[in-house]
Design a protein around this ligand. Structure first.
Ligand SMILES: [Zn+2]
Length: 175
């Protein structure tokens, strides 16, 4: 299942401008992995801990993400087993990068995406039953089950695109 939610009103253009500067700074010391730049990751990608920081605006994003996460899973009493969140910046890509985020270690695993920039490039999704491409819209959360294959839509743009993407795992209480 894929669902779309408007972001909380606190995530406004001012907040987005702040986040973009924050990401520009954060990425310098928090690259995708220890093998950067000799790794398979998109070149301008942060580590998975973007939402683990204490910061006024990151707090707003994390809180809103959890609110929408609860709407998506429609369950209250869940224990989070992991939270990963990356930021990516690029001007598009010339090849598809199909992947999914499921670790298969939790009762529920959900992924999310938010575009921080105006862009024409969305995200492609593929299941046994459909292919679809989302319209890339700012101020919108995309939530989907983590086992759904997805890829950034290919294409090139003049301006830098900023995207937040992540994955959460959770167990029902008692597990
Ligand atoms: Zn890497």
């Amino acid at each position: 299942m894929i669902s779309f939610y408007d972001v909380d009103h606190k995530i406004d253009q001012n907040c987005i401008n702040y986040l973009i500067k924050y990401i520009d700074n954060y990425i310098l010391n928090n690259r995708c992995c220890n093998n950067y730049p000799n790794c398979i990751h998109p070149k301008e990608q942060t580590d998975p801990n973007l939402l683990h920081v204490n910061d006024k605006f990151i707090d707003i994003v994390r809180n809103d993400m959890f609110d929408k996460f609860k709407m998506f899973v429609k369950e209250d009493k869940l224990n989070i087993t992991y939270l990963k969140c990356w930021a990516l910046k690029n001007k598009g890509s010339t090849q598809l990068n199909w992947h999914q985020h499921s670790l298969r270690n939790s009762d529920k695993e959900v992924s999310f995406i938010m575009y921080l920039s105006d862009t024409t490039l969305g995200t492609e999704f593929e299941t046994n039953n459909y292919n679809m491409i989302t319209k890339p819209k700012k101020f919108t959360w995309i939530f989907f089950n983590s086992d759904i294959l997805h890829s950034p839509q290919i294409g090139k743009e003049n301006n830098m695109r900023y995207v937040i993407a992540g994955a959460i795992g959770c167990n029902r209480n008692g597990n």
